[in-house]
Design a protein around this ligand. Sequence first.
Ligand code: FES
Length: 78
Amino acid sequence: MSNNIKGGNSPIECELEANKKYAWCTCGHSNSQPFCNGAHRKAEATPSMVFEVPEAKTAFLCNCKLTKNPPYCDGSHK
Ligand code: FES
């Protein structure tokens, strides 16, 4: 969507808890990157992508919003 922007130019390292729902920001407007804070509504941009992981892990979540493997960084920011 054309109202989407980059949240940043590099991924954000996150400690993810098992079986917890996370809302990854897809639009780049959130001030709580890499997670959604509802800013997409005012910006008329794309809504969050909710995900969870089966086991706790450290992950690098995409912040440029260009990844082909959301919510994870796939190197597309380079
Ligand atoms: S931060 Fe988006 S692909 Fe790396």
